[in-house]
Design a protein around this ligand. Structure first.
Ligand code: AMP
Ligand code: MG
Length: 420
């Protein structure tokens, strides 16, 4: 097939879509998966809830003590005589079930049920004991040191909403409600293919002019963070018919197919042409750096991303576009990345025309945020991503950005070890 002439090498490309336009197009073209399944609580980690979870019980489900101490009734409290007779014990899991008179006390442990007739707990440390009698010392207020039913979670309330990605706290909450099986979205199948004649498998010796197929492992790693099934379709050579066959085969098995490489305007770049032939191209170029050539579309029902070949472009376009697509597909809610403002510590070169995502190092010093570039910014320099903890987002219209300018920063995570 004859290659289409293209002006991909200018910063301004009239055919390139804005990042926002591309995201809008992607999100509009994807519906979330309807199928769900029940999984064991421990296996629910990282999965997306498919239904709201309602509490069937109160947590806690009985009135209990917040302290080790003595349960008493405040009505019988007398400033002149603060003594109570201790007539029993209430341990967590082993309550005192008889009734308690107003001038009597029950020794209670944290979590122990408050016996009927008692309405306050005095801390053990504040009490003086003489034989079976205690003296409460200070004044006592009704309900002090008592935990009430439903104080944490009320019965019949929605505790977790559909679309929530289940984390360790959610697992703890679900367990506190006695829920052992959790309704989650079924895992969609995400396949990936590397394209390129130069690619060699990592176990083989490498010759001059060859490249280890690192994207395959990079993509696998990126996908591990999602509740999806991953399918590795290996490498295809830069040959139209081979690519076509592979696309047809893989797209019939997968919900999403991701390729890397072969999507630009080079003489060995066939991905977009094949997508056009066997499916539909929604858009092909985005005004973004790195990652301008990116073929997005569908092959029948399979969502298709033809990502660029350079590893940094793979990471950036995955984070920007594939992430949005997977979250939409999974019906995941609340996925707005945190953005911060930080002061630039170095000048950054930029030309107008594309939104740029530089790899940066965000630093917190005396409660102020600063950011600098993390090494060389070439789209082949994966080590600059390794050293980074954020993207510095520079809008399309910005030119060179000078030291001291406030810029938008998108942190990868908020782990404290990243802060100097
Ligand atoms: P392409 O988009 O196919 O022209 O590739 C752009 C650059 O990315 C070239 O230098 C390729 O060698 C490199 N590249 C493409 N695919 C991979 C891969 N799977 N692993 C590592 N580098 C790759
Ligand atoms: Mg290639």
């Amino acid at each position: 097939m004859k290659k289409i002439k293209d002006n991909c090498f200018n910063e301004f490309d009239p055919n390139a879509m804005s990042v926002e336009g591309a995201l809008d197009n992607i999100l509009k073209s994807i519906n979330n998966i309807k199928t769900s399944e029940y999984v064991d609580l421990k296996k629910a980690y990282g999965r997306i809830l498919s239904k709201n979870v309602k509490s069937r019980i109160n947590v806690p489900n009985y009135k209990n003590s917040a302290m080790d101490g003595y349960a008493i009734n405040v009505e019988s409290f007398n400033e002149n005589d603060k003594t109570y007779e201790c007539i029993g014990e209430s341990f967590a899991g082993n309550p005192f079930l008889k009734s308690v008179k107003k001038n009597q006390a029950i020794k209670v442990m944290t979590g122990g049920m408050i016996p009927s007739g008692c309405n306050a707990v005095v801390m053990k440390e504040l009490v003086t004991k003489t034989g079976s009698f205690i003296n409460t010392g200070s004044t006592i207020i009704e309900d002090q040191n008592i935990r009430f039913p439903g104080e944490d979670i009320k019965k019949n309330t929605i505790v977790l909403k559909a679309g929530k990605e289940i984390d360790e706290i959610d697992i703890g909450i679900l367990a506190s409600l006695g829920i052992s099986k959790v309704p989650v979205k079924k895992k969609p199948i995400i396949g990936f293919i590397s394209t390129g004649n130069e690619l060699v498998s990592i176990k083989k010796p490498i010759k001059m002019s060859q490249v280890y197929d690192s994207n395959r492992y990079l993509l696998h790693g990126l996908l591990l963070k999602y509740p999806v099934e991953i399918k590795d379709y290996g490498v295809v050579k830069d040959k139209m018919i081979t690519i076509e066959k592979k696309f047809v085969e893989a797209s019939s098995d997968c919900d999403v197919l991701i390729t890397t490489g072969g999507v630009s305007v080079g003489d060995a770049d066939y991905v977009k042409d094949v997508l056009e032939k066997v499916g539909k191209v929604n858009f092909w170029k985005i005004a973004v750096k790195p990652g301008r050539p990116l073929a997005y579309g569908k092959i029948n029902k399979c969502i298709f991303f033809g990502l660029p070949g350079n590893p940094v472009s793979v990471v950036v376009t995955f984070n920007l576009f594939v992430n949005a697509a997977l979250n939409k597909l999974l019906g995941k809610s609340n996925d707005h990345p945190l953005s911060l403002e930080a002061e630039l510590l170095t000048d950054i070169k930029k030309r107008k025309g594309r939104k740029e995502y530089k790899r940066g190092i965000l630093i917190s010093k005396k409660s102020k945020l600063y950011v600098r570039k993390s090494g060389s910014q070439g789209s082949n320099i994966l080590s600059s991503v390794k050293d980074a903890n954020c993207y510095i987002e520079l809008s399309e219209n910005m030119r060179e950005v000078c030291k001291g300018t406030k810029v938008k920063v998108l942190p990868f995570t908020l782990k404290s070890e990243y802060y100097e």
